[in-house]
Design a binder for this molecule. Structure first.
Ligand SMILES: [Zn+2]
Length: 373
């Protein structure tokens, strides 16, 4: 098949370029596991995470995970209001929100949750990266005078990626993906192509339902940015891997890390971005693994986890790379290798957001790294 990931580049959107039916087809496959399944009761990390949420709307819950630290955890199977995870940090003097989410309603939901626990001024809201599910609700912050922080390249990437979709002819945007479904050589390829069509339809629908809100507080990725909220001190750091604009926010004295999409807990990682780097991402995960063993991680997607969530994503990358390397060495062409990857039993319940957003581009990028050696 054709490399679907290349359709996702900006140029392709411009040149090739509803309803939520496709979203729900996608999201049914993304249930959220219970907290107890991902934070073993034996770990000290588990004891720091409140079992009772401060608010539960179905599509997301907010729970306390430390002193002044809260996590917003989405359940995509209950609707696209938030879709990704986020959270907020609350000190004596100020608060910091994390993520713009998929909709302005998602950002408003999180602001309301913050106001249930504190009335301090909001210093800013951080998009951990530019992707639609983390940024399409940004306009809420703009309308409420909340400074919007993000990697210095994030604003441009939002404009380049999503403004071409706004007002674009839906049939023209979807046609190449519909063709791939129609031309699929077998049931496996058809299922892969259908998952891509569902994902593209979702992105198109959400982009067209949104007022784009752009970050106005660019963060220099070359050095850590300290954030002092009064008694709660965090640091924002740039790390490579998922999107070329990835920022984590870390609270060192409480061993809590909000990873954005550099950590998918119990999911296949989304690797389609033209700036995603598999070797860079694996190096970032090695850094997470070297952090304190009691670290609590708030991943970009999936349940709150400890180090076991990091270890599992590293195993997923090892498995993709292992299968791909065998095929590479056997001379299997990349397009065929991208279709032939088999999800092993131990990961069979892991959501695959769409084949052409996850496994196919991971294999394509790995082939690229090996070919350039
Ligand atoms: Zn992302």
């Amino acid at each position: 098949m054709k490399d679907v990931s290349k359709f996702l580049s900006r140029r392709s959107f411009l040149t090739h370029t509803s309803c939520f039916g496709a979203y729900y087809a996608l999201a049914q496959m993304i249930p959220l596991p219970a907290l107890a399944e991902t934070l073993g009761p034996q770990s000290n990390a588990a004891s720091r995470v409140s079992q009772t949420p401060i608010v539960d709307k179905g599509f997301a819950v907010v729970r306390k995970i430390g002193n002044g630290l809260y996590a917003t955890i989405s359940d995509p199977s209950k609707g696209p209001t938030t879709l990704c995870n986020g959270g907020f940090l609350v000190g004596k003097d100020a608060a910091m929100l994390i993520e713009g989410f998929t909709t302005a309603g998602g950002a408003a939901f999180q602001m309301d949750a913050l106001r249930m626990v504190s009335q301090v001024p909001v210093k800013g809201a951080l998009d951990t990266h530019y992707h639609f599910d983390h940024s399409m609700g940004n306009a809420y912050y703009g309308a409420n005078g909340v400074p919007l922080w993000a990697h210095a390249n994030a604003a441009k990437r939002i404009v380049d990626s999503y403004s071409p979709l706004q007002g674009a002819d839906k049939a023209a945007v979807l046609a190449p993906f519909e063709k791939l479904v129609k031309d699929a050589k077998n049931e496996t390829e058809k299922a892969h192509a259908q998952s891509d069509l569902n994902a593209i339809t979702t992105v198109y629908t959400i982009a067209n339902g949104s007022v784009l809100g752009l970050p106005n507080r660019p963060i220099d990725p070359s050095k850590p940015t300290p954030v002092d909220l009064g008694g709660v001190t965090a640091v924002i750091e740039s790390m490579p891997g998922h999107s070329g604009t990835d920022m984590i926010i870390r609270v060192p004295d409480q061993n809590v890390v909000y990873t954005g999409d550099l950590l998918f807990n119990g999911w296949y990682p989304v690797c389609f971005d033209e700036k995603a780097t598999i070797s860079g991402w694996r190096a970032t995960l090695a850094k997470f693994a070297a952090m304190d063993k009691e670290t609590v991680f708030v991943p970009g997607h999936g349940q709150i986890c400890g180090q076991e969530g990091v270890a599992t994503l590293r195993e997923v990358f090892d498995d993709i790379a292992g299968q791909a390397e065998k095929m590479f060495k056997a001379g299997v062409p990349v397009a065929e290798a991208q279709q032939r990857y088999a999800v092993p039993d131990k990961f069979k319940n892991f959501p695959v957001f769409a084949w052409g957003f996850t496994i196919a581009p991971a294999i394509g990028k790995l082939y690229g790294e090996w070919q350039s050696k």
